[in-house]
Design a binder for this molecule. Structure first.
Ligand code: TRP
Length: 374
């Protein structure tokens, strides 16, 4: 079957069929039974779980089994600092913060300045590191608990990561990376080695504790390839396989067939956008509306292809009843796209303002979060 979409750590293209990815990658769907287990433990379900935004997993039942028997788990996630942060990047972070609060879990946050130097067109490594520090402000501004969160840049924490990465690298053959990532002769050798660096933090909690610590990795489904390799290697090194919980990618404001992309500023709201810039993006966003008001009143519109509805669904309307009203009145033609845009903006505006302030404040708190080799 020819694929009309591509999802790899380096590229997301086309209209993604998320069900097909579950089969392709060999992950498991988050079932109603698992949701019920989580709800029992946490007392509520995050909207992203209720709505299937986080929809796929590996070994989540094992994490919950261990937790219910009194073994806490650690969280591990990361950010490749290629650019400024947009709300699509933050999607898994909102959820990770909820997990940290509900499970009182320690969070390991990897900033892969090495990765983005190797894979993107940075001239200097220091430029990627600089973007990393800029991104860290957004991470801190999310409100993670400083007592439970360590953020590290690969280039500054490599003494901790390298011994693990070398152990991993020895167990991953060239033919495996070729099969998983499709590397070509022109790829540089750092790119080929890189997966072992992204694997390393999955084993850090166990090494630090001197005993087995289960690890849960919340991440975009596009990152799964790295962790398939990580999980294959884990038992060979005597570590538990990290569990995963995967999110879909936040749809672009420009319409179907893409995730939000840093190289296309109009596709997403960036955390450093001015109010005017962000407003313009919302007002110009792709919707599922009809050609004319008359037609829309008569025939209704399509929320399922609408980028504005997607922003409500994924992030900005936590209340299910309100979301259902938007959905129904959109389909019936009772509301017009202008209504939705104006309402979304009324949610984005205060959020953006608060984030700007939190981001400024974060500048004084970097040292409470960042860990380094020395
Ligand atoms: N490779 C990821 C990116 O490009 C960054 C990353 C490193 C990551 N470790 C991770 C993402 C763990 C999710 C989970 O953004």
């Amino acid at each position: 079957m020819p694929d009309d979409f591509v999802v790899t750590p380096w590229e997301v293209k086309g209209s993604v069929d998320y069900d097909r990815l579950v089969t392709q990658f060999g992950t498991e769907r988050i079932t109603p039974e698992i949701l019920e287990r989580i709800r029992k433990t946490t007392g509520e379900l995050h909207p992203m779980l209720r709505r299937g935004v986080f929809y796929s997993h590996r070994d989540l039942n094992w994490i919950l089994d261990r937790y219910e028997k009194g073994t806490p788990f650690a969280l591990y996630t990361g950010r490749g600092p290629s650019s400024g942060i947009h709300i699509g990047h933050m999607l898994p972070w909102f959820f990770t913060k909820w997990l940290q609060e509900k499970f009182h879990a320690k969070l390991y946050f990897q900033i892969t300045d090495d990765e983005k130097f190797l894979f993107k067109d940075f001239d200097n490594l220091e430029d990627a590191t600089k973007v990393g520090y800029d991104n860290i402000l957004d991470i801190i501004a999310m409100g993670f608990d400083p007592k439970l969160t360590s953020i590290f840049l690969d280039t500054e924490y490599i003494h901790h990561l390298y011994p693990i990465a070398v152990e991993v690298a020895k167990r991953v053959t060239y033919s495996t990376t070729l099969a998983v990532f499709g590397f070509e002769n022109a790829n540089n050798i750092g790119e080929i080695f890189y997966t072992s660096i992204q694997a390393a933090p999955a084993f850090l909690p166990t090494i630090e504790a001197g005993k087995e610590v289960p690890v849960l990795i919340p991440c975009g489904i596009d990152q799964d390839a790295h962790f398939r390799i990580t999980r294959d290697v884990a038992p060979k090194l005597g570590y538990p396989k990290p569990a995963l919980i995967h999110t879909k990618l936040l749809p672009s404001l420009l319409g179907p067939g893409g995730k939000m992309s840093a190289s296309i500023p109009e596709s997403s709201i960036f955390t450093t956008d001015t109010e005017a810039q962000a407003r313009k993006k919302v007002m110009n966003a792709f919707t599922g509306g009809r050609a004319t008001v008359e037609e829309q009143r008569r025939l209704g519109a399509n929320p399922y292809i609408c980028s504005i509805f997607a922003q409500y669904n994924y992030i900005f309307e936590p209340n299910d009843k309100n979301l259902a009203i938007v959905e129904e009145t959109c389909k019936s033609g009772a509301r017009l796209c202008g209504d939705c845009k104006a309402e979304l903006w009324e949610k984005v505006r205060p959020w953006l303002k608060a984030h700007h302030a939190a981001r400024e404040k974060a500048k004084d708190h970097v040292e409470e979060f960042v860990v380094r080799d020395r």
